[in-house]
Design a protein around this ligand. Structure first.
Ligand SMILES: [Zn+2]
Length: 254
């Protein structure tokens, strides 16, 4: 597989595609980050609950991992409040297993960041925890929730990730993903598109691995439509769409 760098995420038009930009080597040379492991990048996708990274970013995760990059799926909570009739402990156990199954499909490493579903917090201590996590991981690219979202946990997750990005000196690129657009993510105008056609089956399997979350609804009824709609905007069959922070250190254009 050819290398994909964060420069490969950006195209002159303002659109980008991990898949279709493979081979734009000029971008990768310009990244300025030549790791000893052959330009291998670390990508962290931080979501509030198991199924958020996969539904908002799973195709892009699969493309990065297939290209030999390190992908981390970071879950702020274990989805403790997400299964009716189950205790928090039991739901966390079930949803952790589902997340691990999804990560295996996407060839990603799971990290659980220790907050509780439905009770996520922003405090000085919580900011410090997430800051320490990103400092330790030292990523090249981070994807997280767009902050305008009807789910409080998604908003909190976004702000915690954004705060770490600021605190660590904006040294990696930050992108926002969308989940359940219209219902949860709102006012989302993408700047960056990724053609996920080549990995659509893999993404689907990762989302369907969240069997406790009614994936026929959140994936087939909602995210599948979003993938097709974003594909129409990008002139491909299926796409994921992101908002790129315009102060990212490595992007060519805003
Ligand atoms: Zn969620």
């Amino acid at each position: 597989m050819k290398n994909i760098s964060r420069r490969d995420m950006v195209q002159i038009s303002g659109l980008s595609a991990v898949g279709s930009l493979i081979g734009v080597s000029a971008f990768s040379k310009a990244s300025g980050k030549d790791k000893s492991s052959g330009n291998k990048l670390k990508i962290i996708v931080m979501g509030a609950h198991p199924d958020d990274p996969e539904s908002g970013c799973g195709g892009t995760m699969a493309l990065f991992s297939a290209a030999g990059h390190e992908v981390v799926s970071a879950y702020l909570t274990r989805g403790e409040a997400g299964i009716t009739g189950k205790s928090y402990d039991e739901a966390a156990r079930i949803r952790t297993e589902e997340a691990l199954k999804a990560c295996k499909i996407l060839n990603a490493r799971a990290e659980f960041l220790g907050q509780i579903d439905g009770s996520t917090e922003i405090t000085k201590e919580r900011y410090a925890e997430i800051n320490t996590f990103f400092e330790r991981e030292n990523p090249d690219i981070v994807f997280t929730h767009w902050p305008v979202d009807s789910h409080r946990d998604h908003r909190i997750c976004s702000i915690l990730a954004y705060d770490a990005w600021l605190n660590l000196g904006k040294k990696y690129d930050l992108y926002y993903f969308e989940v359940d657009s219209g219902i949860q993510t709102q006012n989302f105008l993408p700047s960056t598109y990724v053609n996920i056609g080549p990995v659509i089956t893999k993404k689907g399997s990762a989302c369907m691995a969240h069997a406790s979350q009614d994936p026929e609804d959140f994936y087939l009824n909602i995210h599948k439509k979003m993938e097709k709609f974003r594909g129409l905007e990008y002139n491909c069959e299926f796409a994921e769409a992101f908002v790129r922070h315009n102060q990212n250190p490595q992007t060519l254009i805003g």
